[in-house]
Design a protein around this ligand. Sequence first.
Ligand code: NDP
Length: 296
Amino acid sequence: MVQTQLIDGKAFAARLLAEIGAEVAGLRETHNLQPGLAVVLVGEDPASQVYVRSKAKQTVLAGMQSFEHKLPAEIAQAELIALVRRLNADPAVHGILVQLPLPKPLDADAVIACIDPDKDVDGLHVVNAGRLAAGLPGLVPCTPLGCLLLLQDSLPSLSGLEAVVLGRSNLVGKPIAQLLLQQNCTVTIAHSRSRDLPEICRRADILVAAIGKPEMIKGAWIKPGATVIDVGINRVAGLEGKTKLVGDVEFAEAQGIAGLITPVPGGVGPMTIACLLRNTVTAARRQAGLNEKEST
Ligand code: NDP
């Protein structure tokens, strides 16, 4: 039986946020540069409101400038795009994030396409997807970047490892697969049409689950000693009529089989905002013509 260890994303994200805070203080002191992040929230979606509030709070705590733009759900597409263009032109804004999903009938792809790729701190612009695929410096989506940082912190080397990514979304699955390929993993991407998922998963030294299906990945699918990154965040019925969060992996079954595993909550989730701030600092440094401190 394997002694399974937890990958503590909450603690890692706290360390990363402290490092970002120190870097921002240095940029302000030596270069008079204060990174700024603009977050655009359209409509009243309660989950989006919570995310935006939390992003703004962490931005300010890290010593950066936070610009919040709250717009009514009825806003015209042209007006939203006009705001994005103003933010593109504003030198105090180094990063722009349009909180998704957008209310209907707004077209998220069309809005994201108008963000300056160098300010696209969510990494969702096709130019950044292309840069990632081509191995060029760009801005990488926050959750995949968080997964990579956790893996690099947990394993001595990723090179040559067999990685299986479950899920092929533009937001999570595809960019994670690209990042792992850059790290010289042998990468398989599986999805809803893949045949024999348990067999594919059992090959994995690194198993990344990003499908949004509560506890679908069973203990018997995991290779003994594998590192499991559970990106899934699923709300299910808990005790006494309350809801609880679970991942895509059956966490209890993975105990004693996986070598390392991220819990849900407290694994990948906390890394997302930390990586958003890291991307904002990266964008600010590039826009100011400063050398990259870190590269991914
Ligand atoms: P999407 O719904 O966009 O994509 C899901 C992917 O999983 C698709 O590629 C789909 O395949 C695949 N899939 C669905 N069902 C199955 C199945 N039964 N077997 C195999 N593959 C399947 O989701 P996201 O990528 O946006 O998110 C994935 C999960 O990650 C969600 O739980 C989400 O909440 C979570 N998440 C967590 C974040 C964090 O901060 N921790 C941030 C973002 C997301 P196909 O393409 O064939 O349809």
